[in-house]
Ligand binder design. Structure first.
Ligand SMILES: Nc1nc2c(ncn2[C@@H]2O[C@H](COP(=O)(O)OP(=O)(O)OP(=O)(O)O)[C@@H](O)[C@H]2O)c(=O)[nH]1
Length: 354
């Protein structure tokens, strides 16, 4: 028979663990962004269980690959999240849904351990994270003490319970992120949508008035896009839009934000930049596309764009809608002037294809 004091001690210990689990769950359950989730989760587990090294591995292929960009950018998460091949994870946990403890020959786990910890840690607990029964990552806790996660002596029941709770919370946070992504992005190009443009401009216009700093908007439109669709097909049209969007993102980069406005029309906004600076960006995009046709099947599809901009300092608009209207009118006068004077490469190419 168990000693009564031992039983009481066990009950107390389990209650303490349950409270810690509750505290971790409370902190992560309602988080809406994956980067905050990983940051809070790893810190909270470190604090509650006094674990020196805690990180998360996520599979670098679907279904969570859309999170890579945001998570990799965050310097706060550099040693707290790793993107790893699914195969490397399976090699370690095999087909098990249970936590694996390793305190011998950790080099077999190198791929799932952040490089800064590899020479420091001597034992690690690796718990699978799943969403809808599918493996999406690993939750890892490690110590320089080789006995802490010792497969020969330690039970993994509590670690498994913790991983189940984390998996449920991870499923919530990714669902929330996906909803936000769908609500704010254009599904074809991944650029922010028109509603986001209006929200951003409304905010930035007020700020530019208050701070007396410039705000520039540039419309970009693909020339002869309907003819590309009609001649080479809708799929080719889609690839042209994606190609332009990619360039737009690259050139606008840290200077502002890029949006898909409608059909073949894009907009970029550069807070704090002058009209001339913004038009230089548009010209660079134009020049790149002009000299780098899109490869589509066996064709090199030439792409030319027209653009028109407006800025708060140059044009003194009354509100952000007025600013957009001026830029849109400039785009169309630019397009009409070019249509009359220069038959574009695009039409020559499409005529040959017909
Ligand atoms: N492939 C594809 N086509 C689209 C998409 N959205 C809109 N479109 C088509 O884009 C075309 C836009 O036509 P227009 O505005 O006349 O464009 P355009 O031929 O470039 O004419 P200009 O601007 O005067 O040079 C229409 O035929 C739409 O059906 C899309 O997501 N994918």
């Amino acid at each position: 028979m168990h000693d009564i004091n031992e039983l009481i001690e066990n009950v107390r210990h389990n209650e303490q663990i349950a409270l810690k689990f509750f505290e971790i769950e409370r902190c992560i359950l309602s988080i809406g962004r994956c980067d905050q989730f990983v940051s809070t989760l790893t810190r909270e587990v470190q604090k509650q269980f006094n674990v020196p090294y805690v990180w998360v591995n996520l599979i670098n292929e679907a279904p969570l690959s859309h999170l890579m960009e945001a998570l990799e950018k965050s310097s706060d998460l550099r040693d707290r999240v790793l993107f790893t091949r699914r195969r490397a994870m399976i090699d370690i946990i095999k087909a098990s849904s249970r936590t694996v403890l390793v305190n011998d020959d950790l080099s077999q786990c190198d791929e799932i351990i952040p490089s800064v910890y590899r020479d420091i840690i001597s034992s690690v607990a690796i718990s699978p994270l799943t969403i809808d029964g599918e493996l999406v990552g690993l939750f890892c806790q490690a110590d320089s003490d080789s006995t802490r996660y010792d497969a020969a002596t330690k039970d993994t029941f509590l670690l498994d319970q913790l991983a189940i709770k984390i998996s449920i919370c991870l499923s919530n946070v990714t669902a929330r992120e996906k909803l936000e992504y769908l609500a704010t992005r254009d599904p074809l190009t991944g650029l922010l949508n028109r509603r986001q443009l209006e929200l951003m401009l409304d905010r930035e216009f007020a700020r530019s008035q208050q701070q007396k700093r410039d705000l520039t908007v540039v419309f970009i439109d693909c020339d002869g896009f309907k003819s590309i669709n009609d001649t080479l097909g809708h799929n080719c049209g889609d690839e042209v839009l994606e190609y332009i969007a990619k360039r737009l993102l690259k050139y606008v980069h840290k200077q502002g934000l890029a949006f898909r406005f409608a059909g073949d029309e894009f907009v970029f906004v550069t807070p704090g930049k002058s009209y001339d600076d913004a038009l230089l960006i548009a010209e660079s995009i134009h020049d790149y596309l002009q000299s780098n046709p899109l490869r589509y099947k066996s064709n090199h599809v030439p792409i030319t764009i027209s653009y028109g901009g407006a800025s708060v300092m140059e044009d003194m608009p009354t509100n952000y809608k007025h600013l957009l209207k001026i830029a849109d009118e400039r785009l169309y006068s630019y397009k009409n002037n070019r249509k009359r004077s220069v038959p574009t490469k695009v039409f020559k190419f499409l005529n040959r294809m017909r």
